[in-house]
Design a protein around this ligand. Structure first.
Ligand code: ADP
Length: 427
């Protein structure tokens, strides 16, 4: 983390500046929009803010699945889709949301792929992750891409903040609870950010003067130094669209856990006819087994594991499985999920320890909150438990009593709208 704060390229951890140096205070008022492009889904949201007294008066949101072909399309096609969905949403009449008279609508744009932020409302695209392979984005300002697409759609709105989803989650959660200092996303991909002192960020040079604070986006999914990997991890990585990259993400996030389990089961099926003979064809298809399937199998508490049987048949085409084989499958799921949850927990402890050392007692000596979001954390109880167990184990019981790991549902959308508000050109 420190090496990444000294210089760009100094570490696997990019430690990206968010340019968020004033977090929402609660005084923000008016109607604001948020767009969230981050993985399997795209979300549009509007929020009516009422200032200190009434805070979030109302919110409305829509979620649209990103068509598979757009994940491999051109930049223009992807951004046209986003802008057209926003235009459709903004055009929807609603008595609950008052359009600001004579003002342009303002948007917080959550874009959850690595971007080199250049100001609060601009950032240069670095690379696609999480299975996206859109052409022509490298080196472009993603806010400009959005603005051009909005123009093509005839939509006149202003992009006031470009926000990473972890940063949005931190801003949103901090709005309700000032003890929130770290935010972690565990969904299709993963990321974490935290509040850092400006004077600890050597790569900011002169700008780092003063005692202010800002949010650092670690892009921890890219971490790889020293991670112990198995043959299954290495094979999955070398066959991925970004070999050698995002190794931490590939061991802990939702996109990959199912695929790692599939690879283990394939090897077992070949070596010991786990699902009889011949090995089910579909078991050789990458990504047929998804993380929600693992989760569903782990929730099966029936004696004969009927649900596991059904899922194995529906996903990998294992029409024959003995009870013994089904138990082994559940154990494999548990092993991979345990490793993922514990590594994620270790990552959180790493960030907290860095903050503690720099602040000398100001993190562990008081209530400290880590805001969590993402479908994997939200829906997978075993993963959640392993993560929390690892945090307690690494910090020790006493310290971990002060560290609260809290799920904040859809904090990132509201957070982006709040950051659009606190960076509004009208205030
Ligand atoms: P994003 O795709 O933007 O990260 P989410 O935060 O909703 O969106 O995360 C979706 C991911 O969460 C899925 O790709 C999947 O890996 C994981 N997930 C969703 N539902 C479940 C579930 N029931 N059990 C385990 N993981 C799940």
């Amino acid at each position: 983390m420190r090496a990444g704060l000294v210089a760009d390229g100094g570490s696997d951890l990019k430690m990206i500046l968010s340019y968020v140096d004033s977090l929402p205070t609660g005084d923000e008022k008016g109607l604001f929009y948020a767009l969230d492009l981050g993985g399997t889904n795209f979300r549009v949201l509007r929020v009516q803010l009422g200032g200190k007294e009434s805070r979030v008066v109302d919110t409305e949101f829509e979620q649209v699945a990103i068509p598979q072909e757009l994940m491999h399309s051109t930049t223009e096609e992807l951004f046209d889709f986003i802008a057209s969905e926003l235009a459709r949403f903004a055009a929807k009449e609603s008595a609950r949301f008052r359009w600001p008279q004579g003002r342009k609508g303002e948007i917080g744009f959550t874009f959850s792929f690595p971007v080199r932020q250049t100001s609060i409302d601009s950032g240069i695209f670095i690379k696609w992750t999480k299975g996206f392979a859109v052409s022509g984005t490298a080196g472009k300002d993603v806010v400009e891409c959005l603005k051009e697409a909005m123009k093509r759609q005839g939509l006149d709105m202003r992009v006031s903040a470009l926000v990473n989803d972890a940063v949005g989650t931190l801003a949103g959660a901090h709005y309700w609870d000032e003890d929130v200092v770290v935010a972690v996303i565990l969904g299709t991909g993963t990321n974490a950010c935290y509040i850092e002192r400006m004077d600890a960020i050597a790569k900011m040079g002169k700008l780092a003067d003063g005692s202010g604070k800002t949010i650092i986006n670690t892009e921890w999914g890219a971490f790889s130094t020293g991670l112990p990997l198995t043959v299954f991890d290495r094979d999955m990585d070398s066959e991925s669209i970004n070999p050698g990259e995002q190794i931490f993400e590939k061991t802990i996030s939702g996109m990959y856990l199912g695929e790692i389990v599939r690879r283990v089961l394939l090897k077992m099926a070949k070596a010991s006819a786990l699902f009889g003979y011949p090995v089910p064809d579909k078991l050789s298809t990458p990504f047929v087994l998804r993380t929600p399937d693992l989760c569903a199998m782990q929730q099966d508490d029936s004696k004969d594991l009927k649900e596991v049987e059904t899922i194995l048949s529906n996903t990998i085409g294992a029409t024959y499985s003995t009870l013994g084989a089904r138990k082994i499958v559940v154990e494999v799921c548990d092993t991979i999920v345990k490793r993922g949850g514990r590594l994620a927990g270790a990552g959180i402890v790493g960030i907290l320890q860095k903050m503690e050392r720099d602040s000398k007692g100001l993190v562990f000596g008081k209530r400290t909150v880590v805001a969590m979001d993402g479908g994997l954390y939200e829906h997978y109880p075993q993963y959640r438990n392993y993560l929390k167990e690892a945090v307690t184990e690494l910090l020790g019981f006493e310290i971990s009593r002060n560290v609260i790991i809290e799920h904040t549902k859809d904090g990132s959308g509201i957070g982006a709208a709040l950051l659009a508000a606190s960076n509004s050109k009208h205030v």
